[in-house]
Design a protein around this ligand. Structure first.
Ligand code: NAD
Ligand code: GLY
Length: 369
C-alpha cells in the first residue's frame, strides 16, 4: 500500500494505491460520507463489473450509494451528458458537503469532475480510476473537461478531487487494447523527465502488459509520484512545467479529431503515435538524434501501440492534420507551442512553431507509410 500526497496547500489530497483496495471501499471512503450517502457517476461497462459489489459494501456500512450511468466511450464527454449529470445531481438533492464519486476511466473522471465543479458552484469529489490511463494520469491533477464540436477537452476547468483511490486489481478486467493505450501515458513519464524510467519501461513494459502485479504497482506509483510533483509545482499549467505532461498530445489530438474521436484510434493510442511524431519532428528540427527517436518508436511498437501514421486507418493530408492543432489550449497569440525532445528524458516546450513546416513534416510521414 502506498499513499502519495498531492501538495496544494488547502486543496492537498492523498492518492491511495493498493491492490485489492476495493474490498475495503467502505472504510476508505468513510471520511467522505458525513452525509451517509455518495453519488456515483460511472459508465455502463464499469457499472456491470463493479457496481453491485460497491453498493453492497457501502450499504453494509450504512452508506446509501446512488449511481448515474453513462454509455462507455469518448463520445460521452458531451454537453448533453454534462447537463444530464448536473440535472440528476440537483434532482438527488446534492449538497455541497456531499461527495460525488467518479468511478471509471478518464472519460468518467473528466465529465464527473466537471459536473462536481459546477453543481451548486462546486461540490467535493473523489476519483476511483479503473483504467491504467486514469490510474497513472487523469485521476490526479484536477483537469476536468468535455469535448465540443470544435475539439477535445476545450470546455472545462481545474477542480481537484478530495481523494483518489487506486486499486490496480481493477485492471484485471480491462480489455487488453485499453491497457496498452494507458501504458502510453506511463512511457510518457520516462520521456518527459526520467531516462532511467524509460529504460525500466523497456525492460518491464512487457511484464506489466501481461498482468505482472509488481510491474503494475511500480509503474502506477512512479507515474503518480511524478505527476503529484509536477501538479504541486504548476497546478494551472502556467509556468510550462505541467505542459510537459502534454507530450504527444498536440499531434495526438489532431489524430483523434481526424479519426472522429472513436474506435479507430483511442486516446492513449493517439498519445503514443503523437509521442513518436514529436520525437521525429524533434529530429527534423535538429534537437534529437534519429537513433534515439527510433528507440522510442521501437518500444511503442513492441508494446502494441501505433508509432507512425501508417499504423492508423485514415485518409488525410499533412495540412488537414496541422489545421486541427490551431485549437490547442496552449496556443498563445496564434502560436502553437510543441513539446519536443532533446533526448529521452529531456522534453521541452518549443515556441514559434512553423505550422506550414509541421504540415510538410506530416505530409512526409504520410508519404513514407
Ligand atoms: P475511458 O474512460 O473511455 O475507458 C476506456 C474503456 O475501458 C471504456 O470502454 C470503459 O468502459 C472501460 N473500462 C474502464 N475501466 C474498466 C475496467 N476496470 N474493466 C473493464 N473495462 C473498463 O478511457 P480512458 O483511456 O480511461 O480515458 C481517456 C480520456 O481521459 C480521454 O477523454 C482523455 O481526454 C482523458 N484524459 C484526461 C486527463 C486529465 O488530466 N484530466 C489526462 C489524460 C487523459
Ligand atoms: N494529463 C495532462 C495533465 O494532467 O496536465
Amino acid at each position: 500500500m502506498e499513499i502519495i500526497n498531492v501538495a496544494l496547500g488547502g486543496r492537498s489530497y492523498n492518492v491511495h494505491i493498493e491492490n485489492g483496495a476495493l474490498a475495503n471501499i467502505a472504510a476508505l471512503l468513510e471520511p467522505y460520507t458525513a452525509q451517509r450517502r455518495l453519488l456515483f457517476i460511472t459508465d455502463a461497462n464499469v457499472h456491470d463489473l463493479y457496481w453491485q459489489r460497491i453498493r453492497e459494501s457501502l450499504s453494509a456500512a450504512g452508506v446509501n450509494a446512488e449511481v448515474f450511468i453513462l454509455p462507455a466511450g469518448e463520445a460521452s464527454k458531451s454537453w448533453q451528458n454534462l447537463e444530464a449529470i448536473c440535472d440528476w445531481l440537483i434532482r438527488e438533492g446534492t449538497e455541497r458537503a456531499d461527495h460525488i464519486v467518479a468511478l471509471g476511466g478518464g472519460v468518467i473522471g473528466d465529465i464527473a469532475g466537471f459536473a462536481s465543479a459546477i453543481v451548486k458552484r462546486g461540490c467535493n469529489f473523489v476519483q476511483i480510476p479503473t483504467t491504467l490511463l486514469a490510474q497513472v494520469d487523469s485521476s490526479v491533477g484536477g483537469k476536468t473537461a468535455i469535448n465540443s464540436e470544435t475539439g477535445k477537452n476545450l470546455v472545462g476547468l481545474f477542480h481537484q478531487p478530495a481523494f483518489v483511490l487506486i486499486d490496480p486489481d481493477m485492471l484485471d478486467t480491462l480489455p487488453e487494447r485499453e491497457l496498452r493505450a494507458g501504458y502510453a501515458e506511463v512511457v510518457k513519464y520516462g520521456l518527459i523527465g526520467d531516462a532511467d524510467f524509460f529504460a525500466w519501461c523497456e525492460g518491464n513494459g512487457g511484464a506489466l502488459l501481461a498482468g505482472d502485479k509488481a510491474a503494475r504497482i511500480r509503474a502506477i506509483s512512479h507515474s503518480i509520484n511524478a505527476k503529484a510533483q509536477i501538479v504541486s509545482e504548476d497546478e494551472r499549467e502556467l509556468s510550462g512545467r505541467r505542459a510537459l505532461l502534454n507530450l504527444g498530445h498536440t499531434f495526438g489530438h489532431a489524430l483523434e479529431a481526424e479519426t472522429g474521436f472513436g474506435d479507430i484510434l483511442i486516446h492513449g493510442e493517439a498519445v503514443a503515435a503523437g509521442m513518436a511524431l514529436a520525437a521525429r519532428y524533434s529530429v527534423r528540427r535538429g534537437y534529437i538524434g534519429h537513433t534515439e527517436a527510433e528507440r522510442i518508436a521501437h518500444h511503442l511498437v513492441q508494446s502494441g501501440l501505433p508509432a507512425s501514421l501508417g499504423d492508423i486507418a485514415m485518409q488525410t493530408t499533412g495540412t488537414a492534420l496541422a489545421a486541427h492543432m490551431q485549437h490547442d489550449k496552449k496556443v498563445v497569440q496564434g502560436d502553437v507551442p510543441l513539446l519536443l525532445m532533446r533526448s529521452i528524458g529531456d522534453t521541452f516546450l518549443s515556441q514559434g512553431t512553423d505550422l506550414a513546416d509541421v504540415a510538410a513534416f506530416l505530409g512526409d510521414e504520410l508519404a513514407n507509410t
